[in-house]
Design a protein around this ligand. Structure first.
Ligand code: 5GP
Ligand code: MG
Ligand code: MG
Length: 194
């Protein structure tokens, strides 16, 4: 939007080498995803939108406001990356759900699928808690990263965009805790890492 364009002239935006997904593009796609969820879950009840902290917070906020159904919202926090840019393969639950999900239709809302390890672990963990169903809504999918690997198809029902094999920041995605507040998604300049 014009407001964002004005706010993000210069300043923190200068740390980006390139913008991959602009705010308007993200917004339009998230609205479409919300419509699809509204359609698919009309006869399913109760629906729980489960945001994975912290990266999913803008996506969950926008997506949930595009779903015209009586959903509830809960959060889990998991840690798989530490402070750097590479997956450690170890998933730890730092904050669990507030309420049981037994009999609920759970939609896991995640910022990005990279190796797939986090979501694979989470989905199996949640399936052990007797939900009515578990689906995944991910804004970005780095599908090419998993080509030929065991987790190639994560079976995410809702995916916003295919993501190139780059470390991206913005719209919830961080580098060392920063850049989550960018309304767009992009790639950092190499100098920022050093
Ligand atoms: P995965 O387990 O699929 O490899 O990814 C787990 C988490 O790592 C994602 O939910 C996300 O928080 C983080 N992650 C993966 N790829 C990226 C990326 O390109 N940029 C950022 N900022 N985080 C990422
Ligand atoms: Mg995440
Ligand atoms: Mg992170």
């Amino acid at each position: 939007s014009a407001v964002y364009a004005e706010i993000w002239e210069g300043g923190l935006r200068e740390d980006l080498r390139e913008v991959l997904f602009d705010a308007d593009v993200i917004h339009d796609r998230v609205i479409e995803m919300g419509r699809a969820i509204t359609r698919d879950y009309t006869d399913k009840h109760p629906v729980l939108m489960l945001g994975i902290l912290k990266g999913s917070y803008p996506f969950l906020a926008d997506l949930a406001r595009a779903v015209n159904l009586p959903v509830t919202v809960d959060f889990m926090a998991v840690s798989s990356y530490g402070a750097g840019t590479k997956s450690s393969g170890v998933v730890r639950i730092m904050k669990d759900l507030d309420r049981a999900i037994e009999g609920r239709h759970v939609i896991i809302v995640e910022d990005i699928i990279d190796s797939g390890l986090t979501l694979h672990y989470l989905r199996e963990n949640l399936r052990g808690r007797s939900p009515a169903s578990v689906e995944i809504a991910a804004l970005l999918d780095k599908k090419a990263v998993r080509k030929g690997k065991e987790l190639e198809d994560m079976g995410a029902r809702y995916v916003g965009f295919d993501c190139p094999n780059e470390f991206v920041v913005g719209y919830g995605l961080d580098f060392k805790g920063r850049y989550r507040n960018l309304p767009f998604i992009g790639v950092l300049r190499p100098e920022v890492y050093s």
